[in-house]
Design a protein around this ligand. Structure first.
Ligand SMILES: [Zn+2]
Ligand SMILES: [Zn+2]
Length: 318
């Protein structure tokens, strides 16, 4: 039995789909890079697409992660990425049959606006558990679908949705996993998550502004992620860019590299990409972060990546 983590939305604040100009740019670079033999057969073209850095995108959907194991599907945040995850669950049968738990870090639009488009909530009698660090999740989600905001109202949903509050000071058993939350530094309150199952663990720490008071939180965060295989963090801004956005509630990856320098983790993942940052800018941020890590933490055993839609980890139980 293994834990699978999959990214469905990695963008911060607002969805940022690829523009025609950006697509054109990618097409131009891909074709410029192609040699005659790369275009000689469908297989050769496929191989070129596979290896080219111009044939993919980090993706424009807002925050949504899937964590699945056994007969359970955990969803972390319900940004616009949730729509496609719902489609996948309906197509492979898990939409009906599996345990379904949706965890919210907080209730800013970019983390909730996919919820009304999540197909399983329209299945009559389908049980859906909603979890968060707050006691008023039902009210907040109902508001999003209420008034003139959405044609289907919360109270007329045919599924059976139960909202529960997670305690801050203890782990909660959910569907065979242990779930812990950590208060983050963000307007209107947000909580980070740690999910442990089958000897594996993943952490999700978005949205949070650690850069403002790094000395106060470094230890708490390092404790929270200890031993985790995958640690996804709000690293919306570049180093200088962060200083133009103090008090926006978001961080820069460089602080997290400082925090986790000596941490026993598997992979640190840059997440909640700035909607203003195109693919090249996110790649540049990743390259800078890798260089910084090499300079200040050459001994660190963990790897670094920038989240992209479709990115998947299969962690075998141990
Ligand atoms: Zn956000
Ligand atoms: Zn937020």
């Amino acid at each position: 039995m293994s834990m699978r983590i999959r990214m469905w939305g990695v963008r911060g604040s607002i969805a940022a789909p690829l523009t025609s100009a950006q697509l054109r740019d990618k097409a131009r670079q891909l074709l410029t890079q192609a040699r005659a033999e790369d275009l000689a057969s469908p297989e050769a073209i496929e191989a070129l697409i596979d290896r080219s850095e111009h044939a993919w995108t980090y993706g424009g959907n807002t925050s949504c992660l899937e964590v699945s194991f056994a007969d359970q599907v955990f969803v972390l945040d319900a940004g616009t990425g949730l729509r496609a995850l719902g489609g996948k669950l309906m197509a492979d049968g898990r939409g009906k049959g599996h345990g379904l738990h949706v965890f919210f870090t907080h209730f800013h639009w970019d983390h909730i606006c996919g919820f009304p488009f999540f197909a399983p909530i329209y299945i009559p009698g389908r049980e859906v558990s909603v979890w968060s660090g707050r006691s008023d999740a039902a009210e907040l989600l109902a508001t999003q679908m209420g008034g003139a905001h959405f044609p289907v109202k919360w109270n007329s949903l045919p599924s059976r949705i139960t909202c529960r509050q997670l305690p801050e000071d203890a782990a909660t058993a959910v569907g065979g996993a242990q779930v812990r939350i950590l208060p983050l530094i963000h307007p209107d309150k947000a909580y980070g998550y740690r999910i442990d199952h089958g000897g594996r663990a993943m952490c999700y720490l978005s949205d949070t502004e650690v850069s403002k008071t790094p000395h106060r939180v470094a230890e708490t965060y390092a404790d929270f992620v200890r031993g985790a295989d995958v640690v996804v963090v709000d690293a919306m801004y570049g180093f200088l860019d962060y200083h133009d956005h103090i008090n926006f509630g978001h961080s820069t990856i460089f602080n997290f590299i400082d925090f986790f320098k000596d941490a026993d983790i598997g992979e640190l993942v840059i997440f909640h990409h700035d909607p203003m940052a195109g693919d090249a800018a996110v790649t540049r941020l990743l390259t800078d972060a890798q260089r910084y890590k090499q300079l200040i933490a050459p001994e660190a055993r963990w790897t670094l990546s920038a989240a992209r839609e479709g990115q998947t980890w299969d962690l075998a139980a141990r």
